[in-house]
Design a protein around this ligand. Sequence first.
Ligand SMILES: *[C@@H]1O[C@H](CO)[C@@H](O)[C@H](O)[C@H]1NC(C)=O
Ligand SMILES: *[C@@H]1O[C@H](CO)[C@@H](O)[C@H](O)[C@H]1NC(C)=O
Ligand SMILES: *[C@@H]1O[C@H](CO)[C@@H](O)[C@H](O)[C@H]1NC(C)=O
Ligand SMILES: *[C@@H]1O[C@H](CO)[C@@H](O)[C@H](O)[C@H]1NC(C)=O
Ligand SMILES: *[C@@H]1O[C@H](CO)[C@@H](O)[C@H](O)[C@H]1NC(C)=O
Length: 278
Amino acid sequence: MVLMTLKPWLAISILFSFFISNVIGAFVGINIGTDVTNLPPASDVVALLKARQITHVRLFNADAHMLNALANTSIEVIIGVTNEEVLGIGESPSTAAAWVNRNVAAYMPGTNITAIAVGSEVLTAIPNAAPVLVPAMNYLHKALVASRLNNQVKVSTPQSMDVIAKAFPPSTATFNSSWNSTIFQILQFLRNTNSYYMLNAYPYYEYVHSDGIFPIEYALFQPLSAVKQIVDPNTLFHYVSMFDALVDATYNSIEALNFSDIPVVVTETGWPWAGGSN
Ligand SMILES: *[C@@H]1O[C@H](CO)[C@@H](O)[C@H](O)[C@H]1NC(C)=O
Ligand SMILES: *[C@@H]1O[C@H](CO)[C@@H](O)[C@H](O)[C@H]1NC(C)=O
Ligand SMILES: *[C@@H]1O[C@H](CO)[C@@H](O)[C@H](O)[C@H]1NC(C)=O
Ligand SMILES: *[C@@H]1O[C@H](CO)[C@@H](O)[C@H](O)[C@H]1NC(C)=O
Ligand SMILES: *[C@@H]1O[C@H](CO)[C@@H](O)[C@H](O)[C@H]1NC(C)=O
């Protein structure tokens, strides 16, 4: 990271939207968890999504009410295997097949399920489940193949930025080498099944852990003054947003393991509604 004067910021936006628009299309969606106490009825949630013209949702768990309510809408749905379910699925193809039948096949084609997110930040949240993560993805994919749903429904697994050892500057980012073999298997799976890397990218965490190196505007998508420009010294890309830098760090980490054709989709981002403790 270098502080420099203002220059047109171009290279990153082309790279980013090129990848996204050719493979998946740029969109903004929302995540919905149903383990909260005050969630309105599923039909009200879907009415709200429609009113706000939200075209993509990710359900943290395969909630039957939401899956039903999303039927016959044009909303695309990523459904989640919970971390609690990953172990059982990774140890048993028949558990995986039952999961797909119950939570995916039963709702299609009415509900437009486009992906299964296997666990949530498994490598860093429940590292002891790492050995079963890729088997779980494989078993779910095989179950989709058996149900002839594998062309519509991708399988992937959202990871946090913590699997990347050093995200800045983005050009030299690599995965934490402790995770080499699992990440390598994940990337092989994603490439072989034409799936994509799911990234949970929170500028908030990078900002609070950066000891004041980054200006707050950089984390909040706000304009940076000329003296605060963030530049990657190797590529000379000017980053106006930490979000973009996190996405590029992920692309570069993937490329460092010699996988260049795997799109990155951000499955979570956000900011604490009441701010951090400080
Ligand atoms: C979706 O539409 C189909 C065809 O009109 C209908 O048979 C089905 O009951 C609808 N599903 C839901 C959950 O509304
Ligand atoms: C479901 O989503 C896919 C992927 O974007 C899209 O191609 C397809 O048209 C959608 N299907 C329906 C019925 O909306
Ligand atoms: C890499 O991961 C290991 C194991 O989780 C952890 O102890 C280490 O601090 C991480 N290194 C970096 C640079 O994040
Ligand atoms: C992980 O992969 C990187 C890049 O190929 C390599 O430098 C590193 O030694 C590997 N680490 C382990 C623990 O295998
Ligand atoms: C990636 O490919 C380069 C060039 O072929 C090779 O030198 C390097 O060792 C490879 N890295 C990994 C992690 O396989």
